[in-house]
Write a protein that binds this ligand. Sequence first.
Ligand SMILES: C[S@@+](CC[C@H](N)C(=O)[O-])C[C@H]1O[C@@H](n2cnc3c(N)ncnc32)[C@H](O)[C@@H]1O
Length: 308
Amino acid sequence: MQVGMGFWASKTLLSAVEMGVFTELADGPREFSELSGRLGLHPRSARDFLDALVALGFLHRSENAYRNTPDTDLFLDRNKPGYLGGMLEMANARLFGFWNHLTEGLRTGQPQNEAKNDAAVSPFTALYADPARLKGFLKAMSGISHGANLAIARKAPWGKYQTYADLGAAQGDLAVQIALANPHLRGIGLDLPEVGPIFEEYAAKNGVSDRVRFQPGNFFDDPLPAVDVFTMGHILHDWNLEQKKMLIAKAFGTLNRGGTLVVYDSLIDDDGFDYTGADCIGWMKEAGFREAHVEHLIGPDSMVVGIK
Ligand SMILES: C[S@@+](CC[C@H](N)C(=O)[O-])C[C@H]1O[C@@H](n2cnc3c(N)ncnc32)[C@H](O)[C@@H]1O
């Protein structure tokens, strides 16, 4: 029952993030009537909604006032650097509805997202057709990848290299974190042209625009920049096996000798597909990398490091 009715809890949290409940409470506790007024809640549901958030462990209540828990304050206040809610905003605005068509996807094998009505179009073309969705998606990527990005910026063998390019860089959090942790490096974020202004704004906000630049491009059709290290975060999982192998081979062909490819994704155990560390090592060896190994980052994310 808990799993089957899990959408009750899920949607309660997603609506709270959408309405900015945790941002409202970032300055401290608020009385019930003040909080429900500021959030624009109807009196019929206000008390139950806020108390459900208490019961789920996202808020504390004492007397008649509500306040954030330490976790929601750190991760769900939009104005804090640790904000992870971008991913939840996207889950609320897009994914929640798509999952209602899971059975159809399982029976037809067809995507149920924006590309549903035109499978020949890249899902990103359909997704990026709306500027608000574009920005929301790129922010969501930073939210979900930030912890792994910090780990890669420290764990990968950056000391012996000078240049890197993150392929499919989105808002640029990985490119930015690598630059912040390694002042000797210069980096490029490559992504589709629509992403450029959002990437550049993020690099400037983090004070690394002098060392990190955006390169508009399509990693299937355009030449890749010549650098010492390529990174690909949550890229290979989007594409079929032929395309995965093509991207790895292209990175291998372009890398400087002795260079490194870092692929990272939520890798699954070696009995499954899409994909395991062993799969990715196999594809890298097939492309010519002389050495490859898997290293855990955080949560479900691991990186596969291939050395040319
Ligand atoms: C799932 S997101 C991953 C973003 C980021 N690397 C991360 O891990 O947070 C995939 C990224 O690939 C980019 N992308 C998709 N197709 C692309 C293409 N053909 N050429 C370049 N970038 C592409 C998208 O714009 C998006 O930013």
